[in-house]
Design a protein around this ligand. Structure first.
Ligand SMILES: C[S@@+](CC[C@H](N)C(=O)[O-])C[C@H]1O[C@@H](n2cnc3c(N)ncnc32)[C@H](O)[C@@H]1O
Length: 240
């Protein structure tokens, strides 16, 4: 990597670097250290047997833990997209564990770019803690693709970070980021940027989808060698 003072920390290349380090050596996040599915996805699958299961799209699929869970729960095909070639490499290795995992197609490209060439529509699109780490430009493009690609009556499930989290308020006061409710922090030699959301922002962003379920909970996330009191939301939208 070039010296940091010459690097554009909001470029796709720098964001890819951060995530490749995370999956290869850093392992500073809970999701990089487990193959268990996200609990909000588990609850969705248990509570929504009516969801179509022809296909699903996993945005920022990481090591593939949620894509594999979808296949185990009857989805015929899953498309998993992640910016990190290291994350996708781990996901591809895990595909050897069960023959049905071969029904997952993985793409290692920035999601806002990868979706440009996707035309099939999906019964379910999931975002398990991804939107908050995209740049504004990538997020806006990705949201438009989600609206284009969700089938009629299909579901969009998002698990994300809320702006009223004590840790977000604290980090914003120390080093605010480039947009509302965003912040930057240093870890090792890197600068990490995240953006949190309000409920109103989420509803506005995914309009005209209908918000069918919304649940917040507060926890302490152990990440980046620290403890962060955070509020997370699971929001379920439907293209009804
Ligand atoms: C906190 S991890 C969650 C991973 C996965 N969703 C899970 O629950 O295990 C965030 C993921 O978003 C991916 N990501 C970040 N920016 C991305 C982008 N622009 N395009 C695609 N994936 C991205 C990262 O590589 C990482 O795998």
């Amino acid at each position: 990597m070039e010296r940091r003072d010459k690097v554009d920390i909001d470029s796709t290349g720098y964001r890819k670097h951060l995530w490749d380090v995370e999956y290869s050596t850093r392992k500073a996040l809970p999701s990089s250290n487990t193959f268990h599915p996200s609990s909000s996805l588990r609850r969705f699958i248990e509570n929504h047997p009516e969801v179509g299961k022809d296909n699903a799209l996993d945005l920022g699929c990481g090591n593939g833990r949620n894509a594999m869970y979808l296949i185990e729960n009857g989805f015929q095909k899953v498309l998993g997209i992640d910016i990190s070639t290291e994350g996708i490499e781990i996901a591809k290795q895990a595909q050897n564990e069960k023959p049905e995992y071969k029904n997952i197609k993985y793409i290692a490209v920035d999601v806002s770019t990868a979706l440009e060439s996707v035309s099939e529509s999906f019964d379910l699109i999931i975002d398990m803690t991804v939107l908050h780490s995209l740049t504004k430009e990538a997020r806006e493009k990705t949201v438009e693709h989600i609206k284009r690609l969700l089938k009629k009556d299909g579901y969009y499930l998002i698990f994300t970070l809320m702006a009223n989290s004590p840790a977000v308020i604290d980090l914003m006061s120390k080093n605010p980021g480039p947009e509302a409710n965003s912040y930057r922090f240093n870890f090792d030699d890197d600068i990490i940027t995240e953006k949190a959301f309000t409920k109103e922002e989420l509803c506005e962003m995914f309009k005209p989808f209908k918000l069918v379920e919304y649940e917040e909970y507060q926890t302490v996330t152990r990440a980046y060698k620290g403890e962060y009191p955070r509020i997370y939301t699971t929001a379920l939208f439907q293209n009804s």
